[in-house]
Ligand binder design. Structure first.
Ligand SMILES: CC(C)(COP(=O)(O)OP(=O)(O)OC[C@H]1O[C@@H](n2cnc3c(N)ncnc32)[C@H](O)[C@@H]1OP(=O)(O)O)[C@@H](O)C(=O)NCCC(=O)NCCS
Length: 169
């Protein structure tokens, strides 16, 4: 897990991710490159940032965050990325296991995935995530939607059918 003084590392890998896989994220490189130390240190107050390393190189990134008005046993996973040369070798699986290990009280992990990102949907399916039934149209006019996934079994099965609105990131 990175500490707040490691913000330049998180920033560098996040920018690599946005350059490598722009269609996987709502954020765009041009906006993120403008976020400096203050913005990154603020992110570290709200989010945990973890990286995966292979030898000396960082090959994966993810963050997790508590969402306002959500219960403490739930966290969201964001900014997920694995270096293309290291994909399909279990890096994301290890990152998720690590996130779970540092937050043992969390029993539900949630993630928003773009409906156009079918690969990530397949991957999360393999990792035991399933759709909550929540979908949100992006406000950018692209017609794309975000689909919300969750791991673990629902505490309230009725919740699965309830669509919610959420502010864009
Ligand atoms: C999605 C992504 C993070 C997956 O990372 P990864 O390290 O390759 O995933 P893992 O190796 O841990 O694989 C996890 C499971 O998904 C499966 N999987 C991985 N890539 C797959 C693919 N291209 N097609 C089908 N299944 C795949 C693996 O086989 C594994 O399942 P298994 O253990 O039952 O065999 C990576 O492809 C990536 O960075 N993509 C671009 C950015 C992105 O889409 N991020 C997600 C934003 S929500």
């Amino acid at each position: 897990m990175l500490g707040s003084d490691d913000w330049p590392i998180a920033r560098e890998v996040r920018l690599r991710a946005l350059k490598d896989s722009p269609s996987a994220y709502l954020s765009v490189y041009e906006d993120e490159v403008a976020v400096g130390e203050e913005g990154w240190r603020e992110r570290f107050t709200r989010m945990r940032w973890v990286v995966a390393r292979h030898e000396a190189r960082i090959v994966g990134l993810a963050s997790s965050v508590r969402v306002a008005d959500r219960p403490p046993y739930e966290r969201h996973i964001e900014s997920v990325w694995v270096d293309p040369r290291h994909r399909r070798t279990g890096v994301l699986r290890e990152i998720l296991a690590y996130l779970a290990a540092i937050d043992p009280g969390v029993t539900e992990w949630r993630v928003w995935v773009l409906d156009t990102n079918t690969l990530a949907q397949q991957v999360y399916d393999r990792l035991g995530f399933c759709p909550t039934g929540e979908r949100q149209l992006l406000p950018d006019g692209s017609g794309r939607r975000e689909i919300r996934l969750r791991s673990g079994s629902p505490r309230d099965p009725g919740e699965l059918a309830v669509p919610t609105q959420r502010p864009g990131r």
